[in-house]
Every structure is written in structure tokens, then in C-alpha cells.
Design a protein around this ligand. Structure first.
Ligand code: ZN
Length: 214
């Protein structure tokens, strides 16, 4: 996902027990992945790999670890806060993130085979902040999404994990999970809004390398 247009910062909150600690050593872990990896060009809207459900990760091996490193390197090169495997052309259910929450806490991690928890209706508070996507370069549009999210899946070694996010990080977890099921955020907009976003994209030049569509 693309960076937030305006940033907010506040007090730090400690991660809770049930959820993975993706805060400790966030900068060092991101740095290590990025150093091992190689940035790859980013696929853009229209590329078939973005518009179908990806395959489940079943092998938690060195090849997956190398893919995750490349995803971190690609995310850094494109100045993103989250990237899904199909955004670098790989048909596998895995995303990485490097994203701040509403408390200003930086979260860095990876989720394989993510599934979002359904929030009980009474706990659904919608945030209609602006959203952008590395695969729709240069465009942003407001999109209402729940302001908290829990995603369950596996880490790079196959261990079950749960990740909880608030604010912009909640938006990121939902956005990246959507990618792996073949949906872009623009698929959640009206026809008119989608057209506006695609016009913004057409009028801009990406600041990172992209994969040209046929
Ligand atoms: Zn995206």
C-alpha cells in the first residue's frame, strides 16, 4: 500500500500477548530483509496476476524467505507501507508490511495465507481516510474501512500468527489481504470514483519501476 498522505503520531502502545510482536526491532528487521533482497518492478492494475486469487503458501523454505526479502526490498524502493507477492508478479498468498498505526508505532512483519477476522457489527467503526496502492501509482481516493483489523495466518516458518492493527495499519492489513484474493482498493469504489483514480494514475509518472501491461 502507498504511504499515508498526512501522518499522525502519538503515544506508543505495547503489543498484546495473543498477537505477534511486530514492533520490537522493527527498523533492524526491515533493514536486514531489505539488505538481503533485491527490488523487483511492481505490477500495475490490468496485470492478470493482480486480479485473481493467489495460491496458498505450503512450503516455508529458503525460496519463500528469499521472496520475502525481495518483497521488503521492493517495498522500500517504492516507498510503500505494504506489498503483496502478486505486486511483484508472484502468485502466492504472502504480504509484508512496514506501517505505522494511529499511536505512531511502527509495525514490520510478514503474513502468509492471511484471513481477516470478521468484526462484530457493534465494534465496526468506519474510517474514511484516503488510500493508495503501489499498483495504482500516483492515485489516492478516500475509502471507508473498519478502523481496526485482525488478520490470522502464518509467519515465514509456517507458525500460526495473528496481527492486530488500528488506524492506517488496520487499513493496510485489509488492503494487503484483499490483494491476495485478487482485489484492489479501486474494486471497492463506485464506477465514477474508479474512473477518477485511473485518470489520476494516467496523469502521473511512477517514482519506481513498474511492469508494463500488454
Ligand atoms: Zn495495494
Amino acid at each position: 500500500m502507498a504511504q499515508q498522505q498526512e501522518t499522525t503520531a502519538g503515544a506508543a502502545a505495547a503489543p498484546e500477548g495473543e498477537f505477534v510482536d511486530d514492533v520490537t526491532d522493527a527498523a533492524a528487521r526491515e533493514e536486514a530483509h531489505t539488505e538481503r533482497g533485491t527490488a523487483r518492478p511492481v505490477t500495475v492494475v490490468g496485470n492478470p496476476v493482480l486480479h485473481r486469487e493467489c495460491r496458498e503458501v505450503t512450503e516455508f523454505d529458503d525460496e519463500l524467505a528469499a521472496l520475502i526479502d525481495d518483497m521488503f526490498a521492493s517495498q522500500r524502493a517504492a516507498e510503500g507501507v505494504g506489498i503483496a507477492a502478486n505486486q511483484i508478479g508472484v502468485d502466492l498468498k504472502v504480504f509484508v508490511y512496514d506501517c505505522h498505526d494511529d499511536a505512531g508505532e511502527r509495525h514490520v512483519g510478514v503474513v502468509c495465507n492471511p484471513v481477516l477476522d470478521q468484526l462484530p457489527a457493534e465494534r465496526r467503526v468506519l474510517d474514511d481516510g484516503s488510500e493508495g496502492c503501489l499498483s495504482v501509482p500516483g492515485a489516492y481516493h478516500p475509502l471507508a474501512r473498519p478502523d481496526q483489523a485482525v488478520v490470522r495466518g502464518q509467519d515465514a516458518q509456517g507458525k500460526p500468527i495473528a496481527v492486530r492493527g488500528t488506524g492506517y495499519f488496520a487499513r493496510c492489513l485489509q488492503h494487503e489481504t484483499d490483494h491476495l484474493y485478487g482485489y484492489l482498493y479501486i474494486d471497492r469504489l463506485s464506477k465514477r470514483e474508479r474512473k477518477d483514480v485511473l485518470r489520476q494514475m494516467a496523469d502521473s509518472t511512477p517514482r519506481y519501476e513498474t511492469v508494463p501491461n500488454e
